[in-house]
Design a protein around this ligand. Structure first.
Ligand SMILES: *Cc1c(COP(=O)(O)O)cnc(C)c1O
Length: 296
């Protein structure tokens, strides 16, 4: 399904003291709406659902969820029905995200925030007979991580000493850890505030051996919490776009890229590192920003 994934080399204008190299794996280029990492995460779930004879998959998400729209699209491609269970009351006007999901043929069911929190009970109520194939929120799980590990087959990840990604559920980071070579360090930048269980959730997807590999999870780069933004963050995104022509999203990749620039400014990585930043996509989320906030 994927032809070569573009790799963009970034000049050192943003990080003048750094003498190594920075490349970006442009998973965002795989599709304008669907986040690149979500493809890889969903692939094996959908394959399993079909192999087990399910005709519908179901999953959870918010009104701006990259995972919801990616699931809708992937299900359409794989010719399987999809149900999205959405947090909150049905809005009068759908977000771009939900409208795209509907356009891809996903059915949406809106549930109150309280119901949404109790996912197991909710799932039993919606699907008492177990007729749906459920994928957890954000695609968290072993099959998701295994799908990300497949990236090592689709792109020359072996070339790099450090691989960086934004972290939500941690499934992407877990998959990168699984695939990592002994000379590589995987760095994850959490976009969640106070998510103290994140590291153990990532490790729950790893074998004992994989747990001993070299990885680092940064917790302090969330800019106030999930999907929180400030003029400074938008300025940073515009600056990165102007200088190195890299479009970022404000929920995930901008915060992760900022963390990278900061690490390099503080010389926290060896000067000759060969760094790969995974652009996980999410650009559709920028549509929720006020018009004119971004130069791209
Ligand atoms: C979902 C998402 C992530 C986080 O992936 P996890 O596997 O949940 O950690 C990162 N970036 C973008 C753009 C995403 O949509």
């Amino acid at each position: 399904m994927f032809s070569a994934i573009p790799i963009q080399s970034i000049s050192n204008e943003l990080t003048p003291h750094f003498k190594g190299s920075i490349d970006v794996l442009r998973l965002d280029k795989l599709h304008t709406i669907v986040s690149g990492n979500k493809w890889f995460k969903l692939n094996r779930y959908l394959t399993e659902a079909k192999a087990k004879g399910f005709d519908t998959i179901a999953t959870f998400g918010g009104a701006y969820s990259n995972h919801i729209v990616a699931t809708a699209y992937a299900a359409k491609l794989m010719d399987i029905q999809a149900l999205g269970v959405i947090r909150g009351e049905r809005p009068i006007l759908h977000s771009h995200t939900l409208q795209n999901a509907l356009d891809y043929g996903m059915k949406l069911q809106f549930v109150s925030r309280d119901d949404y929190r109790a996912k197991k009970a909710l799932q039993d109520r919606i699907d008492p007979l177990g007729e749906l194939y459920w994928i957890s929120e954000g695609g968290y799980g072993c099959l998701g991580a295994d799908g990300i590990r497949d990236l090592f087959k689709s792109a020359p990840l072996w070339q790099y000493t450090h691989i960086l990604t934004a972290v939500g559920t941690g499934t992407t980071m877990a998959g990168l850890i699984k695939g990592a070579y002994p000379y590589q360090q995987i760095i994850g930048v959490s976009v969640l505030k106070n998510q103290k269980t994140l590291l153990s959730e990532i490790q729950a997807l790893l074998t004992e051996e994989e747990k001993l590999k070299n990885y680092l999870l940064l917790h302090e780069q969330h800019w106030g919490g999930y999907a929180k933004k400030s003029p400074a963050l938008l300025d940073f995104m515009n600056k990165v776009y102007q200088i190195v022509k890299l479009p970022l999203d404000f929920v995930y990749t901008a915060k992760a890229f900022y963390a990278l620039v900061e690490m390099l400014a503080m010389t926290e990585l060896p000067r000759d590192s060969r760094i790969l930043f995974i652009h996980t996509g999410g650009l559709q989320g920028n549509l929720s920003l006020e018009k004119g906030s971004l130069l791209f």
